[in-house]
Write a protein that binds this ligand. Structure first.
Ligand code: ZN
Ligand code: ZN
Length: 415
């Protein structure tokens, strides 16, 4: 039989509650920060990512799904979100709108990598971009949102790793020093880093091989080479996130695996995730939009990995707040039917049986379906205008008025 492609998976109804809760929490939070959703195509011209993410990056050179369509156009499944948003910003002249333009997205992305825990070939991200204004307050806001999304879901012990990779001037100065430092030690670098030495030296900082990490640590850091403007910017971002009590530390070797970043960058890590420990990451990309043919436009953004957050939420219950209506006169009495419809019209997720079953059997089904409460409507209750509310976890019961059922259940389900 045909199965899912390696590195992809079905998200089954059984697992969907956490996904939906995460999406809901993210949307609500992003909307309160005045971000609006944007939905760009899943595939784009391959050149978009080559020019923005960078030809020499792993994402473009090794991991991108590139294919030709029937007319021979070279297309790619999107490996990340920012390039498409920058394209859309230019294509729709969003620079004429009130700035900053604040956008967010939730959706699938694709990279051909070796699948492992927290890394799949189709993966999902929640991301946001604030485009058009250079203020450090927006960098801090983006970091704040990227921390708050997992925090609001109950993920604790997140740590922000913060750095600045400077502007073109201070970065060029640093890269020169780095190359100088590595020159006599180039034979000790791994094969990939030997290639990076001439193609993209900053990426050597991102190498996970111990020999390369050691060589880099013996050398200069970008943080100590920042120009006054870049240093000031980083310090302002620090002040802002400190005021929010966000746990952070300066990580002077932090770089990102995409070429478009400038200035302040960050990663949010969680120790429980192991090798793939980055929950969210982002930073400033002030030159990207101009590079892609738009006007010079500063911007900052982040993306968070949904699969990684889901891994950290494995022990939490986000199952639907549903109730089960158990009744005993079959076929369904019109008063029972009206009560059932009323629950649903009032937004209460209600399950029931439509075939004759004993009360014991119905309650068993309610437990199996994960309903938090059952409403038991027998002939007696119906004549009295009451209903029995049963807490499925504690098995405690109380008799309540039919008319009060909606408001009582709503109080039990605060979401
Ligand atoms: Zn600078
Ligand atoms: Zn290396």
């Amino acid at each position: 039989m045909v199965k899912t492609v390696r590195g992809t998976s079905d998200i089954l109804p059984f697992d969907i509650d956490t996904w939906q809760a995460l999406e809901l929490v993210s949307r609500n939070l992003l909307e309160t920060y005045d971000y609006r959703e944007i939905r760009t195509p899943i595939f784009e011209q391959a050149g978009l990512f080559q020019k923005s993410v960078g030809e020499s990056t792993d994402i473009v050179s090794k991991e991108m799904y590139v294919f030709s369509d029937k007319k021979g156009r070279e297309l790619a499944l999107r490996p990340e979100g920012t390039a498409s948003i920058a394209r859309s910003f230019i294509e729709h002249n969003m620079n004429t709108q009130t700035l900053p333009v604040k956008l967010y997205y939730i959706g699938p992305f694709f990279r051909y990598e070796r699948p492992q825990a927290g890394r799949t070939r189709q993966f999902h991200q929640i991301g946001a971009e604030a485009i058009g204004i250079e203020d450090a307050g927006l960098d801090a806001e983006i970091i704040d949102i990227a921390v708050q999304i997992p925090s609001k879901m109950g993920i604790k012990n997140l740590k922000v790793m913060l750095n600045s990779i400077g502007c073109e001037e201070c970065r060029a100065k640093y890269v020169k020093q780095l190359l100088e430092h590595l020159k006599s030690r180039i034979k000790k670098l791994c094969a990939d880093c030997n290639r990076r030495y001439s193609a993209n030296p900053l990426r050597i900082l991102d190498c996970k091989k111990s020999e390369c990490i050691q060589l880099v640590k013996d050398g200069p850091t970008i943080t100590e080479n920042l120009c006054a403007k870049c240093r000031n910017k980083l310090e302002t971002v620090e002040k802002h996130i400190k005021s929010l009590n966000i746990d952070y530390q300066i990580q002077p070797y932090l770089v990102r695996g995409l070429d478009y970043y400038t200035g302040v960058i960050f990663e949010i890590i969680h120790s429980q995730l192991g090798a793939q420990n980055v929950v969210a990451a982002g930073g400033r990309y002030d030159n990207l939009i101009e590079q892609m043919g738009g006007k010079s436009t500063p911007a900052v953004g982040f993306a968070a990995g949904i699969e990684r957050m889901i891994m950290l939420l494995a022990n939490k219950d986000f199952s639907n707040n549903s109730v089960y209506l158990a009744y005993l006169d079959f076929p369904m009495d019109k008063k029972v039917f009206a009560f059932l419809a009323g629950l649903r019209q009032n937004g209460i997720h209600t399950k029931t049986t439509y075939q004759k079953k004993t009360l014991k059997n119905q309650l068993k089904t309610a437990a199996k379906l994960g309903c938090k409460f059952s409403l038991i409507l027998g002939v007696n209750e119906l004549s009295k205008g009451t209903v029995i509310l049963r807490d499925m976890k504690t098995s405690t019961q109380e008799e309540i008025k039919l008319d009060n059922a909606v408001s009582i259940i709503k109080k039990k389900f605060p979401l």
